[in-house]
Design a binder for this molecule. Structure first.
Ligand code: PMP
Length: 277
């Protein structure tokens, strides 16, 4: 497989990363994960907008323009003959001796690769289980940065408890999951945490909200608590790789009927129609 490194396509084995890369020392970098359907980048503009926000607020410059980046990523997909999968890309602040201040001279380092990945059709039917966990992250969860230790720890906590995911909460207000956004259905209406600094503004979340509105399903982008989640009719997560996946239980208690619910199913169908798959 070929990787994109700065401007060049090179084999993984040929790729050399400096130990002085600030991504390695500090997690000082930003990233995106794109979905590829039928050889095309899904919702590319949304990903680029989010990348530009992460870039602006961290002051990690992108090494080249968005149109150039887009052309490079399409070339990466093409060179690797990818039809269905993901593209991972990251930009670190660059290479400099370890020291906290932003280095004056560092050049940003861009790396991207793609992977084949099938749609999680079985999990989308069967659903996943979750456990609640305190959201101990910082207050800029809207930035997509490499500092994922809280996410990694939370995911492992879920697995250690025999569940698939965590549902994070701050003072019992549900925020999101370790690698996806979270929504509940109550009385035929959807509730999900507002897109502020406490959650990642998921591209899939955005698509699903738009599709729900088209289906005349009311969407409340408003805080809700664990209690409202536990007594919800349905719950589901949204994300680039998980699409729309039902959450059938939280902390060992079934949500609604404990199976893929009708509203979640309608959104899955609408999502498939929207993607054209
Ligand atoms: N929240 C978190 C913490 C995530 O890591 C992700 C996946 N990158 C999401 C939400 C979902 O975002 P998206 O729909 O853009 O994949």
């Amino acid at each position: 497989t070929l990787y994109l490194y700065q401007q060049d396509f090179i084999a993984k084995e040929q790729l050399a990363i400096s130990p002085d890369d600030r991504g390695y020392y500090f997690g000082d970098g930003i990233y995106e994960v794109f979905r590829v359907y039928k050889g095309e980048l899904f919702e590319a503009d949304g990903h680029y907008r989010r990348l530009e926000l992460s870039s602006a607020d961290t002051r990690i410059p992108l090494p080249y323009s968005i149109p150039e980046l887009h052309a490079k990523l399409l070339e990466l997909i093409h060179l690797n003959r990818l039809r269905e999968g993901t593209v991972y890309m990251q930009v670190t602040r660059g290479i400099a001796p370890r020291s906290h201040p932003y280095p004056a001279k560092a050049e940003p380092v861009l790396m991207a690769y793609c992977n084949e990945l099938k749609r999680p059709l079985q999990t989308m039917q069967k659903g996943i289980t979750a456990v609640t966990s305190a959201d101990i992250r910082w207050l800029r969860c809207d930035l997509k940065t490499l500092n994922l230790l809280p996410n990694v720890m939370a995911k492992q906590q879920a697995l250690d408890l025999g569940a698939n995911e965590v549902v994070w909460h701050r003072d019992r207000v549900v925020t999101e999951c370790s690698a996806s956004n979270f929504m509940i259905v109550r009385n035929g209406e959807i509730w999900t945490h507002p897109a502020n600094h406490l959650i990642l503004h998921g591209i899939t979340r955005d698509v699903v909200i738009r599709l729900a509105q088209k289906l005349h399903i009311q969407v409340h982008q408003a805080p809700f608590k664990i209690e409202e989640m536990m007594s919800a009719d349905e719950a589901f997560v949204t994300g680039t790789t998980v699409e729309v996946t039902p959450v059938i239980s939280v902390d060992g208690v079934y949500i609604g009927q404990g199976e893929l619910g009708p509203v979640t199913r309608r959104l899955q169908q609408a999502f498939e129609e929207y993607v054209g798959i």
